[in-house]
Design a protein. Structure first.
Lengths: 431, 309
């Protein structure tokens, strides 16, 4: 035991006295997690999507549409001529540009009742930002429906009388249906005149008429598992710290493996093997040291995450600790596997880092796994990092109980066992 | 086993079809330095590896005084052996003293004993004033001395030194030799592998010459030199190119450019007649020097190859 402790102590001291190792395993994940956390939500308000609008119609309707888009805080709307706006989309400065065609004001109201041609609004978008297109399309539809219906149904609007006249003159329309349309337009006209005659309440906004959104939304973050718990805002740093912690700790595991290969090269491994140490002590000391280093690094990362970025362990603290311990063991066994399969530090480094990055990427450490295609989500469950990241998410911002930590921990221990068995099987004891 | 502290019998190791060590046997007494001399790739390090338990022999045994062997008591056996690897096997970023304390702890030394012993070996190798410094800041010679100190920390009876002076300057080499002679005087048994004949000649009480994994000769230096036809050589510088016809009939003469090397058994007895014979043949002599035979000559005699080929 004395020998094992001496080796573990030496490895930990060596790791933390190495400035590069500390930088890579602690400082780098904090910086990158802070960056990703701020990108994927954080506590800062999201900037509006930069879009452009070109008004070729210059009608009251199109001007109100432009004004409404500019007033929407979800968008950051620029107005200009077509060539200028398209150039900005191509340059990546605008996500999309909506071109309101000439005739929009007259055609849109009629098209609302299926009369005449529909005006075509061209939406030019940046193909690298296609996810913004859906947002722009939705907001444009909402704005246009409100403004077109307001224009159509407001008092003194000429649109209804024009439509009524068109219906009366329309060829081939059944007399009964012609009469129904006429009654409908008369009814709308009567309602609008009565509303216009009523005195407006002091301080209230003028009634514009037209359609409006038939509902409002109340957005609540679904975080608390218990009804009595205080509401806590989602913290995107929790996921980014989990992901970056997993990535850089795995890389520290690779460094430990390369350290063992360097020990072989320098003859240190020979000296250790000449000492009265069993194989279990020799490999066990590497596993214990690597696992402890991983735990220390994770502890420091989460202290910073909690103190500086407001991350909280909303779920089970015991489950959180269990997940960290299992991942630390997984890292140690992964490092041992790399050392067992590697021949030289130079040849091993690139392959090991590639394997680490693949595991990290598939594990959802960079971006949440739910945005993966379905087949990739299925594949990612074969990667231990997916279980680690999901479990850390569950124990931190998702606020899940201990039970949710058990299965991921069992899976990680399973991978640990497999990695360790292969490492021992393939380990070269003699030079 | 009488007085021997270590006896190796019939050690054999093959890697595939290549036999690295073939039936090597050797014995070592306390206070004795056994030189294991041979060119690179001769099988010296493999032999050392089998003795200290790094390499499992295909055949043969190694036994320490009292009957301890790797098979019977691996940990007990290893505690009595100290290995100085050919490479500088140190934790470069741990201070010198911590290196010693770490390696001592691996041998189960108690902390208080370890501290005292670390002071002793640091003083012995002349690094007391650098105890807190990291080996990464040391010169090559200082690293070599610390490399040796780490093998001595647990006070082993047998010390295996695998080319311990590789790449060091003459001053550090002399310091290392002084350390090893002190160990020898303290009764430690040393196996010293080298391909530098000068080192073997200076340090070794007995020498085993190994080539292609086989022992080609063993004994004291006197016994090995006795294998040569002549113990000394006369180097005679002559004026101009000598006519080979003039040299015909002169025994033991080898022409090397404008120099003649003449093997002689006794320098006092044979120098005069040799020079007289040259004068009689009209060979003009400009200068004469003598050199005693070396282990290089012995190796050349036994294998037909130079030691550093």
């Amino acid at each position: 035991m004395q020998a094992l402790l001496a080796l573990v102590r030496a490895e930990i001291k060596l790791h933390f006295s190495n400035r590069r190792a500390v930088l890579m395993s602690i400082v780098a994940p904090i910086l990158i997690a802070a960056f990703f956390g701020s990108l994927f939500g954080g506590t800062s308000k999201m900037a509006g999507i930069p879009v452009g609008v070109v008004d070729l119609d210059h009608s009251p309707l199109s001007q109100r549409v432009v004004a409404a888009l500019q007033a929407d805080t979800s968008l950051k709307t620029a107005v200009g001529d077509e060539a200028e706006m398209l150039a900005q989309v191509r340059a990546g400065k605008l996500r999309a540009v909506a071109i309101l065609p000439a005739g929009l004001g007259t055609q849109a109201s009629r098209a609302l009742f299926g009369v005449g041609d529909k005006p075509e609004i061209a939406l030019h978008y940046d193909p690298s930002q296609s996810s913004a297109l859906a947002v722009v399309r939705g907001l444009l539809a909402q704005t246009l429906m409100q403004e077109v219906s307001r224009s159509t149904f407001s008092a003194n609007s000429p649109v209804l009388s024009d439509l009524k006249r068109d219906i009366e003159k329309a060829q081939g329309l059944e007399p009964e249906r012609r009469a129904e349309f006429a009654r409908m337009f008369d009814s709308i006209d009567a309602v609008q005149k009565r509303e216009a005659a009523q005195p407006q309440a002091a301080g209230s906004a003028p009634q514009g008429g037209g359609l409006s959104m038939p509902y409002t939304t109340r957005e609540v973050e679904a975080l608390q598992s218990t009804a009595n718990a205080a509401p806590v805002a989602y913290n995107s740093y929790a996921h980014s710290f989990a992901g970056m912690g997993v990535q850089f700790i795995l890389m520290a595991g690779v460094d430990m493996a390369l350290g063992l290969l360097m020990m072989r090269r320098l003859g240190l491994w020979k000296r250790l093997r000449a000492a009265p140490l069993s194989r279990a002590q020799l490999l066990g000391s590497r596993i214990v040291a690597s696992a402890l280093i991983s735990l220390i690094v994770f502890a420091v990362l989460y202290v910073v995450a909690i103190a500086a970025f407001g991350v909280r362990v909303l779920g089970s603290p015991a489950g959180f600790a269990l997940v960290l311990v299992c991942f630390a063991l997984l890292t140690a066994s992964f490092g041992l596997l790399v050392a067992a399969l590697g021949r030289t530090p130079e040849a091993t480094r690139g392959l090991a880092i590639l394997a680490t990055l693949l595991m990290v990427m598939l594990g959802g450490a960079w971006v949440p796994a739910f945005i993966f295609p379905e087949w990739l989500q299925t594949v990612s469950f074969a990667v231990p990092t997916r279980w680690a990241v999901d479990a850390l998410d569950a124990m931190t911002w998702r606020g899940q109980g201990f039970g949710e930590a058990v299965l991921p921990s069992i899976v990680m221990l399973g991978f640990t066992a497999v990695f360790t068995v292969i490492a021992i099987w393939r380990f070269r004891w003699e030079e | 086993m009488d007085k021997e502290v270590l006896v190796a019998r019939g050690l054999r190791k093959a890697y595939g079809d290549r036999v690295a060590v073939h039936e090597v046997s050797l014995a070592l007494r306390p206070g004795e330095v056994l030189g294991l001399l041979g060119p690179n790739g001769a099988g010296k390090s493999t032999t050392v590896g089998m003795i200290c338990g790094l390499t499992v022999p295909d055949a043969g045994t190694v036994t320490l005084a009292g009957g301890a062997s790797l098979a019977s008591d691996e940990a007990g056996y290893k505690r009595r052996i100290g290995l100085v690897p050919q490479d500088i096997a140190l934790y470069e970023e741990l201070p010198a003293r911590m290196n010693l304390e770490l390696f001592g702890a691996l041998y189960g030394m108690a902390p208080d004993v370890l501290k005292r012993r670390a002071d002793e070996v640091l003083a012995m190798v002349g690094l007391s004033d650098r105890a807190k410094d990291k080996p990464s800041t040391f010169s090559g010679g200082m690293k070599r001395r610390l490399n040796i100190a780490c093998a001595l920390i647990h006070d082993p009876e047998v010390i295996l030194l695998d080319e311990p002076t590789a790449g060091v300057d003459p001053q550090s080499r002399n310091a290392i030799f002084d350390n090893l002679e002190a160990l020898k005087a303290a009764g430690k048994a040393l196996i010293y592998t080298t391909h530098y004949m000068e080192e073997a000649e200076r340090l070794a009480d007995r020498i085993t010459i190994i080539d292609h994994g086989r022992v080609v000769a063993e004994g004291t230096q006197a016994q090995l030199f006795a294998l040569l036809p002549a113990a000394q050589t006369l180097h005679i510088e002559i004026a101009g190119e000598p006519d080979d016809a003039l040299l015909a009939g002169l025994a033991g003469v080898k022409r090397v450019g404008q120099r003649l090397d003449v093997a002689v058994g006794d320098i006092g007895r044979d120098t005069g007649p040799t020079l007289a014979a040259l004068a009689q043949r009209g060979v003009p002599v400009r200068a004469v020097a003598s050199a005693r035979a070396t282990l290089e000559d012995v190796f050349l005699q036994l294998t037909g190859r130079a030691l550093r080929d």
